[in-house]
Design a protein around this ligand. Structure first.
Ligand SMILES: [Zn+2]
Length: 382
């Protein structure tokens, strides 16, 4: 599939122009957002080029220009390169210019160039070097660049802090507003879905099965948030308690392959609930305004450091993140709806989410490793 798409893209670019052309070859659609970006593009020797800083920053990366080395450094972490962020004012010989992405030099068929004081690089080299997917959309004659959520592996955990974005209730605003931002910054997420409320035809505020499948394919963990979410689990009979836990997992596992964690509704639990949860899930997230120590004292029972509502400020969230970084703890942030209209207490605007994700990305994965709930549990027991 990748090969066919690459061929289409290359074909589209080659057919547009041979040398430097004034007209852009195609619109760029970045993380599903059309027309929002100001990134310009042009064809150089048959390849689509973009100004490196414009596209890299749109993709959540940091750009540094080392004039002495004639090298553009692009990194997903601020700590990777210690060179000056200043752009060179003098023109350089295009042949000598190098592009280094996350410490790896990228060898381009057509090398990066400086045009009117800006460094331009091939769009495909830059986007793929940052782990983004590049696809040609033939019907819209546009290049789609999509960042991917990066779920860490065991080698990424070196004793640093961790952070999880845990969304409750399975609201469809996650799909429209949160997912593109998580992809932009490559940061994982867990969405705890109320299995009995998955959208099925009727217009509701919940996710449907296709959205959940797509989210899973794009790296989002689907967790359970009980079957009905009507009652605190502590108030249920043994039989109803078992049903809420068992049936929610069974229903959700008809949509995605694995549901291993749960967000406890209303954070209501006791020893009986804990024992019942343990039968079906590897971890449960509650809300107690606590950080999780690593290694976990109780891997089944996870705390939330902060529940974000429309009364929460960026500084309050930042304070919890900084505290986790300082103490090398696992900070779990609980969220609900993400909506520009911001209609109730549990909805926040995308701008606040983006500010938090950008802050986490700026700290770098060596300081705080973004994980979903199940990956966090497996890393935090070591
Ligand atoms: Zn809930």
């Amino acid at each position: 599939m990748r090969k066919i798409v690459s061929g289409l893209l290359a074909g589209a670019i080659v057919s547009s122009a041979a040398a430097v052309s004034a007209a852009p070859p195609a619109a760029l659609v970045i993380n599903g957002q059309k027309g929002k970006t100001e990134v310009s593009s042009q064809i150089i020797k048959g390849r689509a080029f973009v100004p490196v800083r414009e596209l890299a920053e749109e993709l959540g990366a940091v750009v540094k220009w080392d004039a002495a080395q004639q090298t553009v450094y692009v990194s997903t972490s601020k700590q990777n390169e210690g060179v000056s962020a200043e752009k060179s004012k003098k023109a350089s010989s295009p042949e000598a210019m190098k592009l280094v992405i996350n410490g790896q030099e990228v060898k381009s068929a057509v090398p990066p160039q400086i045009i009117n004081g800006k460094a331009w690089v091939p769009v495909r080299d830059l986007a793929e070097g940052l782990g983004s997917g590049v696809q040609w959309n033939d019907s819209q004659k546009s290049v789609w660049i999509t960042n991917k959520i990066v779920n860490p592996s065991a080698k990424d955990y070196k004793g640093q802090a961790m952070i999880t974005f845990s969304y409750d209730d399975g609201l469809d605003t996650f799909y429209d507003f949160a997912l593109p931002l998580h992809e932009k910054y490559g940061i994982p997420a867990t969405d705890n879905v109320i299995a009995g409320k998955v959208k099925d035809g009727a217009q509701t505020m919940y996710l449907d099965a296709d959205q959940m499948k797509d989210m899973y394919a794009r790296g989002v963990e689907i967790g359970s948030h009980s079957y009905s979410h009507e009652e605190g689990l502590t108030n249920l009979s043994d039989e109803d308690l078992d049903f809420e836990l068992r049936e929610s997992k069974a229903v959700l596992e008809q949509i995605v392959p694995k549901v291993q964690t749960i967000g406890i509704p209303f954070s209501m639990y006791d020893e009986r609930v804990k024992a019942a949860v343990k039968k079906y899930y590897q971890a449960a997230r509650n809300f107690e305004h606590l950080q999780n120590d690593i290694p976990l004292a109780d891997k089944l029972w996870l705390h939330t450091a902060i529940a974000v509502t429309n009364e929460t400020t960026f500084d309050q969230i930042k304070q919890r993140i900084d505290e986790a970084v300082e103490n090398k703890q696992w900070c779990i942030i609980m969220l609900h709806g993400i909506d520009p209209d911001n209609r109730d207490l549990y909805e926040i605007k995308p701008a606040l989410l983006e500010k938090v994700l950008a802050y986490v990305a700026s700290l770098g994965r060596d300081k705080i490793l973004p994980v979903n709930t199940i990956d966090g549990v497996s890393l935090a027991v070591k």
